[in-house]
Design a protein around this ligand. Structure first.
Ligand code: ZN
Length: 241
């Protein structure tokens, strides 16, 4: 079974289309939340995911988009983009977002946006936080997003290792380590590489592969500026930060 794992698409349908094109036919699409927010095309992104039968979880931006108080914790640019999103999304998009759970288990793999113990808000960025969450994990593998940075956290014999996977890096999950894995962000990467990031899982072979895909960043920036979204949010796409 071949699965495309996508996180933090953030209303960037140009990046999403580039990823779906390059992935080709897959058996499943799992998304890790923050489907909307920041970018210019929330309805188109949800249309694509719904049409493809993607399953996944809600992120802090998805909750905010459907009226959640998460918006109170956003910085001014994120908040401005979220107010724009709230005024813009269709009732179909809103219902689809509201139906996303905060945790979901697929093929013995936990899907969350933030972390297993705090699925909406916690950032897994240190070995201390990763270790605490790995100890709570009830499956061998958990997938998370939220940081917009590709990452592998592994626990074996009580030791926690963090690895930053390079593009085309592969990992073998043979059940000897407990793993927390971040595919990186499709729509707003923050690891210095502006290309869309996603993770391919081959569950039969037990192999994960990170991919980066170039997309038309100037077209997305132009759409953001046309929509009146914050200039800094458009600018950062070019830097991947
Ligand atoms: Zn995000």
């Amino acid at each position: 079974m071949r699965v495309a794992v996508l996180s933090d698409i953030h209303s960037n349908v140009v990046a999403l289309d580039a990823v779906l094109d390059s992935a080709g036919p897959v058996d499943a699409i799992w998304h890790l939340g923050d489907v909307v927010g920041y970018g210019p095309e929330p309805d188109a992104v949800v249309d694509r995911l719904a049409a493809a039968g993607a399953v996944g979880v809600a992120g802090n931006h998805d909750r905010a988009a459907t009226g959640g108080s998460e918006i109170d914790w956003f910085n001014p640019d994120a908040r401005a983009a979220m107010e724009w999103t709230r005024g813009r999304i269709s009732s179909t998009t809103s219902s689809w977002l509201a139906a996303q759970p905060v945790r979901r288990t697929e093929s013995e793999t936990l899907l969350v946006h933030g972390s297993p113990r705090d699925p909406i808000w916690e950032y897994v960025m240190s070995s201390a936080v990763a270790g605490a969450n790995l100890r709570e994990l009830e499956t061998r593998m958990g997938l998370f997003g939220h940081t917009h940075v590709p990452m592998i956290w592994a626990e074996r014999d009580g030791r926690i290792d963090g690895i930053s996977p390079r593009p085309a890096a592969t990992i073998r999950f043979d059940g000897t380590s407990r793993l927390l894995i971040n595919p990186g962000s499709v729509g707003q990467p923050r690891d210095g590489d502006p290309r869309a990031s996603w993770l391919e899982l081959d569950l039969g072979e037990g192999i994960g592969t990170w991919h980066r895909v170039a997309y038309d960043i100037p077209a997305v920036q132009a759409a953001m500026l046309d929509a009146g979204l914050p200039v800094r949010l458009a600018e950062r796409l070019r830097h991947g930060l």
